[in-house]
Design a protein around this ligand. Structure first.
Ligand SMILES: Nc1ncnc2c1ncn2[C@@H]1O[C@H](COP(=O)(O)OP(=O)(O)OP(=O)(O)O)[C@@H](O)[C@H]1O
Length: 306
């Protein structure tokens, strides 16, 4: 498959196998949430959607955010992604205090550091898959040739190289969500936020999409915060944060620098590509991280768009 891909600038796209959480970055928080409070409304009818929420997320990990409907997951993700502001507290993403940014700063944050994957995909219906994936690169004024190259690699990564010209309405829900994941990765974000990304998908397709997310966390070195209700998907995460009635219910001990197999990138997870391409949903015990690279051929982080 790799031989079909165009020549690449090795300075932009590495080919040296899966990304690992290196010793110097392992355990370092990519995300720091401190004392976040969000209230909707006032007086007796006020809803305290988040109450004194604090946690850290280490770089290069995939964290599942779980909780019942109305527990505050979307509110929390929106605040972390700069789509909403807390009444109190702070959020640091890769050293940037999101809560202190003005609108321009938030736009820049969303363009450069944080990407979203939504339950409803959020694709632009009149654009092809390739144009949707390329949209953030257009915004970032990436030159056409480089943009085309990255779009091709990204669609390859999510197994949709043959669907580049199809519009969202001509694709299945699972395919649309894979386009959305490719688009979210286009600008090489540090943090990928996914709000119930499989909520609209059947169980098998949902698992394949989640396994794909799991794969890109490792291959692209991205950090992912994913809200989900699905226990199978929770099992794919490095760590689970539970939220109940706006409060973090359970905070598993984290020891910065500690290298579990999961955190060191040695984790073996289900093979997303076979599941996606065959739709079988069968569990593979192959070393998926190696295969991810054999099949996608690339680690896109490092393919900076500037
Ligand atoms: N814009 C808003 N105005 C008023 N109340 C809101 C608003 N947004 C959220 N809420 C309330 O805040 C609480 C948390 O909502 P949130 O959407 O964050 O929950 P959730 O865990 O994402 O739920 P679900 O799993 O159903 O998506 C709920 O009680 C909700 O009704």
């Amino acid at each position: 498959m790799n031989s079909d891909l165009p020549d690449r600038d090795p300075a932009r796209v590495t080919t040296d196998g899966p990304a690992r959480v290196s010793a110097d970055t392992a355990g370092a928080p990519l995300l720091t949430v401190r004392g976040v409070h969000r209230r909707f409304g006032t007086g007796a009818t006020a809803v305290h959607a988040l109450r004194d929420v604090s946690f850290d997320v280490a770089a290069g990990t995939m964290v599942a955010l779980v909780g019942r409907s109305g527990s505050g997951k979307t509110t929390l993700l929106n605040i972390i992604g700069g789509l909403d502001r807390p009444d109190a507290g702070s959020v640091l993403v890769d050293g940037t205090d999101v809560t202190a940014l003005d609108e321009d700063g938030l736009s820049l944050l969303r363009r450069e550091k944080v990407s979203y994957v939504f339950q409803t995909f959020g694709l632009i219906p009149v654009l092809s898959a390739a144009e949707n994936v390329g949209a953030p690169l257009r915004l970032a004024r990436v030159a056409a040739q480089e943009r085309e190259r990255r779009v091709e690699l990204l669609l390859e990564l999510v197994g949709l190289a043959d669907h580049a010209q199809q519009r969202p309405g001509e694709m299945s829900g699972g395919q649309q969500q894979r386009v959305a994941i490719a688009r979210a990765l286009a600008a090489s974000p540090r943090l990928l936020i996914a709000d119930e990304p499989t909520g609209q998908l059947d169980a098998e397709t949902g698992l394949a999409v989640m396994a794909l997310l799991r794969g890109v966390v490792e291959s692209e070195g991205v950090t992912a915060l994913v809200s989900t209700h699905d226990p199978v998907m929770i099992a794919l995460a490095d760590r689970v944060i539970r939220i109940s009635d706006g409060r973090i219910e359970e905070q598993p001990a984290e020891h910065p620098g500690e290298q579990t197999p999961e955190r060191s990138g040695e984790r073996s997870y289900d093979r997303s590509d076979e599941q996606i391409h065959s739709g079988s949903g069968e569990r593979s015990h192959d070393r998926s991280d190696e295969q991810t690279h054999e099949q996608s051929g690339e680690r896109l982080r490092g393919g900076d768009i500037s």
